[in-house]
Ligand binder design. Sequence first.
Ligand SMILES: Nc1ncnc2c1ncn2[C@@H]1O[C@H](COP(=O)(O)OP(=O)(O)OP(=O)(O)O)[C@@H](O)[C@H]1O
Length: 524
Amino acid sequence: MLLGPQPVPTVKSPSTLVGSTQMSNVTVCVRFRPLSHKERKTNGDKICFKRLDSESFVFKDEREEDVIFSFDRVFYEDAEQSDVYNFLAVPIVADAISGINGTIITYGQTGAGKTYSMEGPSILHCNNQKTGLVQRVVDELFQSLQSSESMATWNVKLSMVEIYLEKVRDLLDLSKDNLQIKESKTQGIYISGATEVSIMNSSDALECLSEGIANRAVGETQMNLASSRSHCLYIFSVQQGSTSDERVRGGKIILVDLAGSEKVEKTGAEGRVLDEAKTINKSLSVLGNVINALTAGKQNHVPYRDSKLTRILQDALGGNSRAALLCCCSPSASNAPESLSTIRFGTRTKLIKISPKSSPVETDSGKAASKSTSPEVDSVKKHILDSYDQNDMRDRILNKLRLSLKEEDVDLLEELFVQEGIIFDPDYSVPDIDSACQDAVSQEISLLTQAVEELKEAVEELTDENERLRGELELAQEAAAQAQRAAVAVAVAAAATRADGALFGFVPAAAISSLLRPFGFVPD
Ligand SMILES: Nc1ncnc2c1ncn2[C@@H]1O[C@H](COP(=O)(O)OP(=O)(O)OP(=O)(O)O)[C@@H](O)[C@H]1O
């Protein structure tokens, strides 16, 4: 059902219903926070939406037409934190315990309520009612693990990272400020070298989280940045062995508090701040591109590798994961354009289809539950890799790139690799190198796609310009022809005057005026 019991406002046609509730397995919800004191003071109480029911609301689009938007759930100003948690997160925590990865993302403009939804007013000190998603996830996780009789062993680890200007910073160890993202058959996508703290209960977890949050604030002051400009990721890895069989299951829950999604122009930023805003906008627009590619319905190139954020979320959006998106919006009419853009992002995300399955993980002894490589094979691989010296490795990568790219592009990539420490990092394995090559090729494809788009736009602009010039030319030709006709008319009139003058000695002025008027030389 799209419509609730309330009277339906002026909605133009059924085509204005947006967002089916049955299409995807990404749960997408919208949350309107209460009006802030500042919004009330500067813009009054005017609200940008009309509530229909718990799944739909009416919002005016850019053409001022009423559109009904429908989502899995809409949380209005009076919604409790527990409502959001119960609907959005409970199924994801349950799945993580059964070995299915889960991701919860908050999206929206600065001040829309992303961090409030994630952390509440404070991660450590807030009353039960206001406790955010992160603490509730932690509580539920430990309650389920501790009460389960079928779990023989379990282990929960927590990492916290921040992505700022395309660098992944470890919030549990600030000295690690450029972590690399890697991929393995058993772990999927992971952040290599990120600090993982083993946590035994909720209070351990909250201590650790509050340390990460405090570190985030320290980094912000050092770098003079605001939290709204970085993405924050809370990552819980859960491994458990069952009493009934030998299997070890591993699930991961990633909670992502994204940077503010507002448009660059609205921030009024300049200089370095403008560059930052553009990079943040870029990673959010790559997220949009990934979602578009995933929902396009054909085997498109999905540009996961175009940003660190989408690379980390690759499994969540396209693979073995359940995902939930909370689109946070201001209810104020003054923020309607930004809220509309957030809502549209949510509608597009609803079209993604993913099919999760649980993932076996490596046990502590290093033996994977399935499809493992044996320690012997790993050791042979390591031996082979060690036998390459750095120059061999570098030449091998660059030669591989030269097969598919232009020399100048390879030079640029070499520079980039050196900057990122990829080529000279002896820990890099063959899959890492392949992955780095794929990153480079993917970037190249995106750049070319972008160049083609820009060329298309340029061709369209030139065609328009051509049309315009053609129109101007026609007008000029018409004016020239008119002027020529007028000149002829003047000459004829002058000749007539001379002839009449010869005959009658004068020509009436009115006669000359009426002769010239059609050509615009005499006012009406
Ligand atoms: N549902 C809510 N109920 C009450 N207050 C809220 C709610 N959501 C947000 N707020 C308040 O609104 C303000 C902005 O919220 P918040 O910091 O969560 O925004 P944000 O989207 O995380 O912004 P940024 O991108 O800048 O980090 C905060 O003071 C917060 O306490």
